[in-house]
Design a binder for this molecule. Structure first.
Ligand code: ADP
Length: 246
């Protein structure tokens, strides 16, 4: 199967320190993946590389969708290719309603390429219905975003990201600060989104990773330490040592 994103042999050095060290990691066109690893493992730097914020010193980052390198592209060009990122803190327009927030996201398609690709068979109103349903906010469309719970704000932002129709979504600790019920709902939203795209979740919370029930990649010292099911990677002695701090 051809890959959606291929990162191979990537190294990032900050003042002589290798934050990312010969990292190779691939993602399929539709998959849910959790990336875990202790503090300083390189998880944030990895997301910065994929989104073009940080340029590697060595290695290749190939966008399989068009078989092109992402390395010469700006952050906005990469976003237009269909790579979306959700930061940990929700950033929605608090004074606007849920509907207005989603409408704004729909009005800013990721670029000319996306517009060409996207067959406009549905009106924006229909798409807002679809997306709000996907993220569990159908009954909250007229509510002001600032009045939503923390979990609902996170779902709204995921909805705004989905409105951009990313092929690859990077999501940073989506369950942080959520109630158990909100976590469960978030799991469902991410699983559903991953049926039609790659969804990569960077996560600290092992209980949440267990709920995601997906392939896990463990990063350590800027490289892949282990990969596979959660049970597989957590039975690896080196992974256990790394998490216990040796
Ligand atoms: P994680 O997200 O897994 O906690 P990071 O990607 O933030 O890890 O960091 C990986 C390593 O690179 C850490 O040791 C961190 O201190 C270092 N690092 C990250 N960004 C910079 C920077 N801009 N300058 C210097 N060192 C950095």
């Amino acid at each position: 199967m051809s890959m959606l994103l291929e990162v191979s042999g990537v190294t990032v050095t900050f003042d002589g320190f290798r934050a990312i060290n010969n990292l190779s990691i691939n993602f399929a066109p539709t998959e849910l993946r959790a990336i875990i690893g202790p503090n300083g493992a390189g998880k944030t730097t990895f997301m910065d590389i994929v989104t073009g914020k940080t340029k590697p010193d060595e290695g290749h980052v190939i966008w399989g969708e068009r078989n092109i390198s992402l390395l010469g592209m700006s952050e906005s060009q990469i976003a237009r290719e269909g790579i979306g990122r959700k930061f940990q803190k929700p950033t929605v327009f608090e004074a606007q309603t849920v509907r207005q927030n989603l409408a704004m996201a729909l009005k800013n398609p990721r670029g000319p390429f996306a517009v060409l690709m996207h067959k406009k068979t549905k009106s924006n109103a229909e798409r807002i219905e679809d997306i709000s349903g996907q993220v569990g906010l159908s009954d909250s469309l007229t509510r002001v975003a600032g009045e939503l719970s923390h979990g609902q704000k996170q779902w709204l932002e995921i909805g705004m990201l989905l409105a951009q129709e990313p092929r690859l979504m990077l999501v940073d600790e989506p369950a942080a600060g959520m109630t158990p019920e909100e976590r469960e709902k978030t799991t469902d939203i991410l699983k559903e989104a991953a049926k039609t795209r790659a969804v990569v979740v960077v996560e600290h919370d092992m209980e949440f990773v267990r709920r995601l029930d997906c392939k896990v990649t463990v990063l350590h010292e800027g490289a892949v330490l282990a990969e596979g099911s959660l049970d597989h990677v957590t039975s690896n002695q080196t992974v256990i040592d790394v998490y216990l701090g040796r």
